[in-house]
Design a protein around this ligand. Structure first.
Ligand SMILES: [Cu+2]
Length: 221
């Protein structure tokens, strides 16, 4: 399965980053199995046997060493395959996730981090503390900044995170699917209240969202 087909079939940030995570996991486990197999094989094959050990000056030692280049070349080839695969797939995923998908169905929300809460500002000027309500099956773009110190805005379920820095706007996007409540959290130590800097992303069906959004007004309900 290629990276492109994963992205096109399940175009969510969660699916894309899960794909990279599983790639690293599979290659990590495979490398571990191969490495330990080689270690155990060499331990058994070349264990110390006083009666048959060769002196470093024995010509057979030299012969052995010279015939190992094929094994070394194979190990380098395997390492190159692993590094090129995970590296290229990571970069492709990062680039794909850095680009906000072009969709007419996009909701932009400004996020202002401050000690120790999140302020969400909707397109109509409505602001909400620690609660963002969004509809299902929508691309939601968060424009993230801070009004005091460095914070980091993250929604673990969607596998997205970005720095919240005063004077700068960083974007992350998600594609909502099912309804539910998801944790929004600060991921950068920002002061004594950092651990309590937790908000909620509430995903509701579009009809409920429209009704709720129509009842909001600039500044608050
Ligand atoms: Cu913070």
């Amino acid at each position: 399965m290629t990276f492109q087909s994963v992205i096109l079939q399940v175009p969510t940030t969660r699916a894309a980053w899960e794909y990279v995570y599983s790639l690293y996991s599979y290659f990590g486990v495979a490398c571990g199995v191969v490495t330990f197999a080689i270690i155990f094989y060499f331990c058994a094959r070349y264990r110390s046997k006083i009666e048959t050990s060769l002196s470093p000056l024995d010509p057979r030692t030299r012969e052995n060493r010279d015939s190992k280049w094929k094994g070394v070349a194979l190990i380098y080839l395997l390492m190159a395959i692993v590094l090129i695969t995970v590296g290229s797939q990571s970069i492709a995923t990062y680039n794909a996730m850095s680009t906000v998908p072009d969709s007419p169905n996009t909701l932009h929300i400004n996020v202002i981090a401050h000690q120790f809460a999140w302020t969400f500002v909707y397109p109509n000027g409505f602001t909400s503390e620690d609660l963002a309500v969004v509809p299902t099956n929508t691309i939601v773009v968060f424009n993230v900044t801070s009004r005091d110190v460095y914070h980091q805005f993250g929604i673990p379920y969607f596998r997205v995170k970005t720095d919240a820095i005063p004077g700068r706007v960083n974007q992350v996007w998600i594609e909502t699917t099912d309804a539910g409540n998801f944790t929004v959290q600060c991921f950068e130590l920002c002061g004594v209240g950092h651990a309590t800097m937790i908000g909620t992303l509430s995903i509701v069906d579009p009809a409920t969202f429209s009704q709720w959004y129509a009842s909001t007004s600039p500044g608050g309900i």
